[in-house]
Design a protein around this ligand. Structure first.
Ligand code: ADP
Ligand code: MG
Length: 238
């Protein structure tokens, strides 16, 4: 564990966030760790998009979220920032901490994009280990690395394959599940894989579900995966 960070102070500031207020406009208005603050700054992210301004404070406070906003609205940071921050405040990082967050993406390309954002925000002092599980490499090669990861980004089929085959892959201490582009996950026929993945995961976790569109299938998945969620839906004016 690190002793150079004042987690208690951050925790108190997060507890004091007024999620009804809606007055948080910039990332700097939020109580974020120094590594994340630096990561955002060096990537020139300053003003939050609408979905970020509404979802991030709620997610920092531990709520489950069902978020809907069109493509290009900034959904990735809406979950990447809370994942990094919530694990940071829990000090759920490092070799022995195990898997803290699982991010499920419909395609390899989107998974790689999420991974790149994690890397971008993680390069200023964050200590988490993040990995990609998207197939294309031998399952054995992935198995080796898997057990050391704190954050995994992957596609449904490959994640499920590891959950069922990789004995050393322990998800018992998972704190956060993210379902990104949930509408596409379902359109691509991954519903049963995702249902099966969720069966493996601890019930006592935070789940963030993001989608570009709302549909019957998305609400079904939300009902199965989320607990008492906050609904964050951002509609464009045009
Ligand atoms: P979505 O997942 O909703 O389709 P992305 O998360 O991929 O959207 O973001 C779309 C683009 O907007 C990306 O290029 C991203 O870097 C940029 N972006 C996201 N949030 C911000 C922000 N707060 N300020 C500036 N650019 C942003
Ligand atoms: Mg996206």
């Amino acid at each position: 564990k690190r002793d150079d960070v004042d987690v208690d102070k951050l925790e108190a500031a997060v507890a004091g966030l007024d999620v009804k207020d809606g007055g948080y406009k910039n990332f700097s208005d939020l109580p974020l760790s120094e590594p994340t603050t630096q990561g955002l700054k060096s990537s020139h992210f300053a003003v939050m998009t609408d979905i970020q301004a509404r979802a991030i404070p709620l997610a920092l406070k531990g709520h489950d979220i069902l978020g809907a906003a069109k493509t290009g609205s900034g959904k990735t940071l809406s979950f990447v920032v809370p994942v990094l921050e919530n694990l940071y405040r829990l000090q759920h990082v490092g070799m022995d901490a195990g898997l803290g967050a699982l991010i499920i993406s419909p395609t390899r390309e989107l998974a790689i994009q999420i991974f790149d954002v994690l890397r971008l925000l993680g390069r200023h002092g964050h200590m988490f280990a993040a990995g990609l599980v998207i197939g294309g490499k031998s399952i054995e090669a992935e198995q080796q690395a898997l057990t050391r990861m704190n954050i995994l980004v992957g596609t449904p089929g490959r994640i499920l394959q590891h959950l069922s085959q990789t004995v050393a892959f322990n998800v018992d201490d998972l704190k956060m599940l993210v379902l990104d582009e949930a509408d596409r996950i379902l359109d691509m026929g991954f519903q049963r894989d995702v249902d099966a993945i969720i069966e493996y995961l601890p019930k006592d976790r935070q789940t963030l579900l993001f989608s570009a569109t709302q549909s019957r299938k998305v609400s079904d998945l939300a009902r199965l995966s989320l607990q008492d969620p906050e609904y964050v839906s951002v509609h464009s004016e045009d």
